[in-house]
Design a protein around this ligand. Structure first.
Ligand SMILES: [Zn+2]
Length: 119
């Protein structure tokens, strides 16, 4: 068996689907050929190495672990932030007051269009 023939059979050998007599020939070749053994080891590493998880998954796992260990302060919910709640409430009160004043006030001419205002 030549090195080219052996290297063509390495994946089948690694996956244990190579039948005799090719398997026996390859094993005999591997006992005498360090280059093909190195090729087999490289192939074995590539086949057996798990694919790395995506970066987004690693980041979310790191954040979850840090949160679980208390290393990262979680932002408080909105009802636990009095300043934000107070400002939101003030904005609602101002809006309601403005609407009520506009809806119940006497209609007036816009500034600059009233009687005697023009030169
Ligand atoms: Zn070889």
């Amino acid at each position: 068996m030549t090195c080219d023939e052996a290297r063509a059979e390495l994946i089948g050998f690694q996956l244990a689907v190579l039948d005799d007599p090719r398997r026996g020939e390859l094993e005999r070749h591997l006992t005498a050929c360090p280059a093909c053994v190195a090729e087999l080891l490289s192939l074995k590493r590539d086949v057996e190495r798990p694919a790395p998880p995506p970066a987004s998954l690693r980041a979310s796992v790191r954040q979850a672990v840090a949160r679980e260990m208390g290393l990262v302060a979680r932002p408080p919910p909105w009802w636990e932030r009095p300043l934000a709640f107070g400002l939101g409430l003030a904005a609602v009160v101002v809006a309601l007051t403005t609407v009520q004043l506009v809806a119940t006030g006497q209609p007036r001419a816009p500034v600059g269009l009233g009687r005697g205002g023009a030169p």
